[in-house]
Write a protein of this length. Structure first.
Length: 134
């Protein structure tokens, strides 16, 4: 991936993870450009298929396209930042991200977005007024 494409993805994402909305400037580990549809599933390395992701969300998502909604126990498509609106699927309850839809809930579970350590860091950043930025 060339530098121009990488920077276009970062800028479009407003320098935050497109899944958990963690700000890049507070990350200890570099963010990744995620193929929303993994290359192994035919996803191209093109702007419409790329999302900016923190290393934790990207690592947990891997090549997954779906997960199991913990409420309905049905197989559900994961959140697709280029095709879906974040606020339709997610909302904050303090420092915990809540899934409002089957897609939101499955995404939170597969990406392990509410890990104890992550929620603690979010809580501190929220107290400082720098997170979330949506």
């Amino acid at each position: 991936m060339d530098e121009f494409l990488h920077e276009a993805v970062r800028t479009r994402a407003q320098f935050r993870c497109e899944y958990c909305h963690f700000p890049e400037k507070f990350a200890e580990v570099p963010f990744h450009v995620d193929h929303v549809i993994a290359q192994q599933h035919g996803g191209p390395t093109a702007l419409p298929n790329l999302a900016f992701a923190c290393c934790f969300c990207n690592r947990h998502k891997g090549p997954n396209l779906s997960g199991i909604d913990p409420t309905t126990r049905t197989i559900t498509e994961l959140f697709r930042p280029r095709q879906q609106t974040w606020r339709e699927h997610f909302e904050w309850n303090g420092a915990t991200l809540i899934g409002k839809t089957p897609t939101g809930r499955a995404t939170i579970q597969v990406l392990n977005i509410n890990r104890v350590d992550t929620v603690a860091v979010r809580r501190l950043l929220m107290q400082e007024g720098v997170y979330p930025s949506d």
